[in-house]
Design a protein around this ligand. Structure first.
Ligand code: HSE
Length: 306
């Protein structure tokens, strides 16, 4: 195989209580990427559509992640990459992760899979470091593994794939304002109180248990963030209205998707997820901000060939 076309899913990082450690992959939105082997060594990003992003390898997250893979590989050739962006940069649904993880996943397939999923996560994290200043794995891990993932540890890196209850749907609204991950990280406090820690790790444990037990009420009770959401939500107009209206519409829980400004809700069943989408839309129609909205099943496959 000398070329491959890949679906690179959008992802929701943090999932309320799991800042930098929890994430999930979406089905309804993702980028596409075409990757070809070349005799010429290195990475050549020959085309990007849908977003204005640098073609220069070392300035592009896919290029940086790809170079990290090549540095560990015995392959003497290179790769050409075409990126078809559907995920907007700065939307909070893992635009940079889709490109970083997509590039390394595709290259690994073309090389006959010499690298394990965790090694691919490490390469893709280099792209995240370029995009946000921090090599976080909570978007690239679900993009590569599919479903829900937990970064149990960063040093050493340990990724756990979490069960996906079959009736779980995500609704995501992207109000058309841009929030850069690097900016929305700068405003966070660097320490937390023991009291907040206790509440937060109770919810992380509850959410993981709820996912494995397929206990939707427990999932809903655990979708609470005492640490990051109170600060970041100030950057998102309409956040508290979206939260209250989506809960009224039947969502299990609602929070900020990644570093925002997208807001996500999880629901049991597609009908409820659709009602939640309607509730989200109404908030932004009322305050006059344009939006994109997606209702999606959880993508349990992650990256895949198309
Ligand atoms: N965990 C990261 C953050 C995700 O919240 O900054 C960025 O998408």
């Amino acid at each position: 195989m000398n070329s491959i076309k890949v679906f690179c899913p959008a992802t929701i990082a943090n999932i309320s209580c799991g800042f930098d450690v929890l994430g999930l992959a979406l089905d309804a939105i993702g980028d596409e990427m075409m990757v070809r082997k070349t005799k010429q060594p290195g990475i050549n990003i020959s085309k990007i559509t849908g977003q204005i992003l640098p073609l220069e390898t070392k300035k592009n997250v896919a290029g940086i992640a790809g170079l990290a893979l090549l540095a560990e590989s015995e392959y003497s050739g290179g790769f050409e990459i075409e990126i078809y962006k559907k995920i907007k940069a700065g939307s909070g649904i893992g635009s940079s992760a889709a490109s970083s993880a997509g590039a390394v996943w595709a290259m690994n397939e073309l090389l006959g899979k010499p690298f394990s999923p965790i090694e691919l996560v490490k390469f893709a994290m280099q792209g995240e470091a370029l995009a946000s200043g921090v090599a976080h794995a909570d978007n690239v891990a679900p993009a590569l593994y599919g479903g829900f993932t937990l970064v149990r540890s960063y040093e050493p890196l340990d990724i756990i794939k979490i069960n996906t209850p079959p009736d779980l749907y995500a609704t995501v609204i992207h109000p058309q304002i841009e929030v850069k991950t690097s900016d929305s990280r700068k405003i966070l406090k660097t320490s937390i109180s023991l009291k907040d820690g206790i509440k937060q790790w109770g919810n992380v444990g509850g959410l993981i248990s709820g996912l494995f037990l397929e206990d939707y009420d427990l999932i809903g009770r655990s979708l609470v963030d005492h640490i990051v959401e109170p600060i970041r939500s100030m950057l998102i107009p309409g956040f508290s209205e979206v939260k209250s209206e989506t809960i009224k519409a039947g969502a299990l829980g609602t929070g900020i998707s990644g570093s925002g400004p997208s807001i996500f809700a999880l629901s049991k069943g597609k009908d409820t997820a659709d009602k939640v989408a309607e509730a989200m839309r109404n908030v932004y129609i009322n305050i006059g901000v344009d939006y994109d909205v997606y209702v999606s099943k959880i993508n349990t496959k992650g990256m895949h060939k198309i």
